[in-house]
Structures are given as C-alpha cells and as structure tokens.
Design a protein around this ligand. Structure first.
Ligand code: ZN
Length: 266
C-alpha cells in the first residue's frame, strides 16, 4: 500500500485489515439484523476488485459483510469515473499544469478537491464520463490506465461473492450525489438500483447506502421500498441518526478504533 497514491485512496493493506478483523471482540452480524436490533455490521462500498477481496477476507474470518454496488456499473462493467480521474491525476506526464502541482500528494489532493466540486454537479453518467475524459486530455493522459484492484466487478464475479456468503446492497443505479440531483432523479437512482438487485440477486432488504455518504434523503422523496438510508459521514456519530437513517464509520483498522468499538460492545 502506498497511501500517497491517488489509486490507493480509501484503501487499506489487507494484512492490516485481517489483523483488525481478527482482533474484533465479536463477529459482524448481517446488516439488516444490526439495523433492526443493534450490533456490529461490516459494509464495503463500490463494486471494485479491491472491495471484493475485502469482502472475501471478512467472510474467511467469519464476519457477515455487505458490498454496496452501483448496478449500472456492474452490468456494463464500466469503471467508476472517480477511479478514472484518480488514475489520470497519477499518470499525468508533467510536474505542473498551470497552477496545479501534479507531483506532490498534497498537490494532487488539492486538485481532486477542486475537481470534485465540478463533477458532483454533473447530471448524468454520460456527462461525468465525458468530463473525466476532458480532464484526462487536459492532463495529457490519453487513456487513464486503471489498476487491477479498481476494475469493476461484473455480474459473474458478484455471483461468486454471493456464493461465498457476501450480501449485496444498493448504492444507487449510478454513483451520483443526491445533494446535486432533483427529487425525481434521486427516486430513479434509488429505485432502479433496488429493482435490479431484487431481480438479479433477490436482494430485498430495503437498504440504500447513499453515494459519497453525505446526502440526507431529500424532502418530498418517496422512498418506496427503502427502509434504511445509510450515510458515511465522519461529522456525525456512527449508528442511529434518525428514523430510518443510520451512519457508518470508516474502517481505519487502527488500535484506537479497535478500542472504540470494544467500548461500544461492552
Ligand atoms: Zn461509493
């Protein structure tokens, strides 16, 4: 693991995760059970090969685990646009582009932060993919080379994971941020994802993990079959936030985090 790499963002070394999951005082329970009655649940977002590997590792250690996927990406085995963006930033041949410093990790993080404000506002997946291609062209990266671990899992690979006891959940039809979408687009995002998962894998838990983790259900949203809306927002405490609303904490696999979890479970 090289934490300074853009293509290693939000990833942990598997040996460290293995040690952490092995040291937990309890095994993680099925997510729907935890949402209803409490306990410890493990979830992984985005159907990348790295996510698949993390879920297999959890299963091997006896934990229940859920991967939240974007069915449109899975169905077409299309990479996530933000993974392509990260690869392009890392593979730019020059040290600078205008005022951008492309060589230092801090410089690349700054650029990504600025760019994020642009891509979150785009309406459709086509716009987002086109925008990433335009940024890559600006960086003079002809075709961002996606590392193996960020390749999207297809339906067959998800089937293998399901056979290994991994649960699947709805991360939206595509990876769009509801904070920048109108209510009917958010409804479509949630419903199309849920319908596909129901029809393809029989998933009916009614759990939605919102892309980017921050958006609350917009006012006036008809949640249909969704019973739980999951956030991943470090500004809020983990667990119950409000009716049907839960927050997750990011897995850091640190000793402090282990102590914190042990504290809750006591
Ligand atoms: Zn995600």
């Amino acid at each position: 693991m090289q934490p300074e790499l853009m293509t290693h963002r939000n990833l942990l070394d598997s040996a460290r995760v293995e040690e952490f999951l092995g040291a937990l005082p309890v095994r993680a329970s099925p997510l729907s059970q935890v949402l209803a009655r409490g306990g410890l649940a493990l979830t992984v977002d985005d159907a990348s090969r790295a996510a698949g590997e993390a879920a297999r590792l959890a299963r091997r250690l006896g934990h229940e685990v859920t991967i939240f996927v974007n069915p449109d990406n899975v169905q077409s085995v299309r990479p996530h646009y933000f993974f392509l963006l990260n690869a392009a930033l890392e593979q730019a041949p020059y040290a600078r582009l205008g005022s951008w410093d492309l060589r230092s990790p801090a410089g690349r993080r700054d650029i990504r932060k600025q760019l994020k404000q642009e891509f979150l506002r785009l309406d459709t997946e086509e716009d987002r993919m086109e925008w990433v291609r335009a940024v890559a062209a600006r960086l003079e990266v002809e075709e961002p080379d996606l590392p193996d671990h960020l390749v999207t899992l297809g339906v067959d690979e998800l089937e293998d994971l399901v056979s290994a006891g991994v649960q699947l959940g709805n991360h939206g039809w595509q990876h769009a941020d509801p904070r920048h979408q109108d209510v009917s687009s958010v409804e479509l995002l949630v419903e199309r994802g849920a319908t596909w998962l129901q029809e393809t894998f029989g998933v009916s838990e009614g759990v939605f993990a919102v892309p980017f983790g921050k958006a609350l259900p917009p006012r006036g949203l008809d949640l249909g079959q969704v019973r739980w809306w999951l956030l991943s927002d470090a500004r809020l405490h983990p667990g119950f936030v409000g009716p049907g609303l839960y927050n997750r904490m990011e897995l850091l696999a640190s000793d402090d985090q282990l102590a914190e979890i042990e504290g809750w479970l006591r």
